[in-house]
Design a protein around this ligand. Structure first.
Ligand code: NAD
Ligand code: TYD
Length: 352
């Protein structure tokens, strides 16, 4: 048995691949285009491990995907591949439409062709698991209940709109063609291998570099944070026992305003690696122009996955965030490598 993972060199995908091969010997075919967000160094621990086959390529390359499916005959496909950063989607939405919508469509087409030709029993057992986001539900006011799976889709950024479109395509392949699909909608992840364009790794990186810690608007926007390894265990649970055609919300029951997250990071860094001048990293906090169309609050109601599949997160925000800071302190070479070259151009364009 084998599974095909797409986007397995990115933040969540590489954590998923590493964790999967930690807890099982089932091989993984890892298809990743290695965009700026994909990094083979994340998978360095699997060098020479025959259970991991890495293929550089595009989920939108139907011929390549069809060939990989024929060759390796996976029992499941887990689709992480996407353009994933809201700010980039605001500066340049085109790539998001290409990968998240057209790419997912082409991937589904290739999978449908393969699945159609499988023997009866294998067709039933096959799964296409689509990894999506809570951002498809739009924004919540402070008193509204958290997003359930029944919440209507109201995406507000080109990123979330393109993910919403991909979720709808996945759903349509079940209803029209009978493809056994599953969808997970998860809240904000954090942890090892997180590219330092997103809030938590950016703040750790900038703090240590003596740079400003940019807070958009008033910093009171709320996100629900989940340690990435908990997301990976949720995906494994859903893949194993999720009911075909269902969607599962995944979250950490950890709602925090951005400013509080940044202050927490500063306090942990003050303790772990104090500034040479003895002052707090919090002095580097700088309020900057707000993100256009900035969603005010996300919150996930994760009771369905807990009730039906017995999944709940292992980490609290307090334990997960400490592990994350420690990982970044211990992996400065990784940070240096990913923040060279094109990363600098991005930071200049975004925070100019
Ligand atoms: P990421 O940007 O770190 O990684 C995306 C990976 O996909 C990269 O390795 C990239 O090279 C690859 N990729 C991009 N376009 C591709 C293409 N056309 N073909 C093949 N590979 C391609 O993203 P992430 O944070 O790891 O997110 C993974 C998935 O989880 C995404 O679908 C995202 O929408 C979803 N998600 C992310 C979060 C989060 O907080 N990061 C939360 C919920 C859901
Ligand atoms: P981000 O990590 O980009 O994730 P998302 O937009 O998908 O939630 O941002 C998390 C929150 O932090 C979001 O409300 C935007 C905010 N933010 C800042 O205030 N400053 C920053 O420099 C960045 C990157 C994000």
């Amino acid at each position: 048995m084998t599974i095909l993972v797409t986007g397995g060199a990115g933040f969540i995908g590489s954590n998923f691949v590493l964790d999967w091969l930690d807890v099982s010997d089932e091989p993984i075919i890892n298809l990743d285009l290695l965009t700026y967000a994909g990094n083979r160094q994340n998978l360095a621990a699997l060098e020479g491990d025959s259970r991991h086959v890495f293929v550089r390529g595009d989920i939108g390359d139907t011929e390549l995907v069809a060939r990989l499916l024929e060759e390796h005959r996976p029992r499941a496909v887990v689709n992480f591949a996407a353009e994933s950063h809201v700010d980039r989607s605001i500066l340049g939405p085109e790539e998001f439409i290409q990968t998240n919508i057209v790419g997912t469509f082409r991937l589904l087409e290739a999978v449908r062709g393969y699945w159609n030709d499988l023997p009866e029993g294998d067709r039933e057992d096959f799964r296409f698991l689509h990894v999506s986001t809570d951002e498809v539900y739009g924004t919540l006011s402070p008193d509204e209940p958290a997003f359930t799976e029944q919440h209507r889709y109201e995406p507000n950024s080109p990123y979330s709109a393109s993910k919403a479109a991909s979720d709808h395509l996945v759903r349509s392949y079940l209803h029209t063609y009978g493809l056994p699909v599953l969808t997970t909608n998860c809240s904000n992840n954090y942890g090892p291998y997180h590219f330092p364009e997103k809030l938590i790794p950016l703040v750790i990186h900038n703090a240590l570099a003596g740079k400003a810690l940019p807070i958009y608007g008033d910093g009171q926007q709320v996100r629900d944070w989940l340690y990435v390894k908990d997301h990976c265990s949720a995906i494994r649970r859903v893949l194993q026992d999720g009911r075909t055609g269902e969607t599962y919300n995944v979250g950490g029951w950890n709602e925090k305003p951005n400013l509080e997250v940044v202050e927490t990071l500063c306090a942990i860094l003050d303790e772990r690696q104090p500034r040479e001048d003895g002052r707090s990293y919090a002095e580097q906090i700088t309020f900057v122009k707000d993100r256009p169309g900035h969603d005010r609050r996300y919150a996930i109601d994760a009771s369905k996955i807990e009730r039906e599949l017995g999944w709940c997160p292992e980490e609290t925000f307090e334990t997960g965030i400490r592990k994350t800071v420690d990982w970044y302190l211990d992996n400065q070479v990784w940070v240096e490598n990913v923040t060279s070259g094109a990363y600098r151009d991005w930071v200049e364009a975004q925070y100019a």
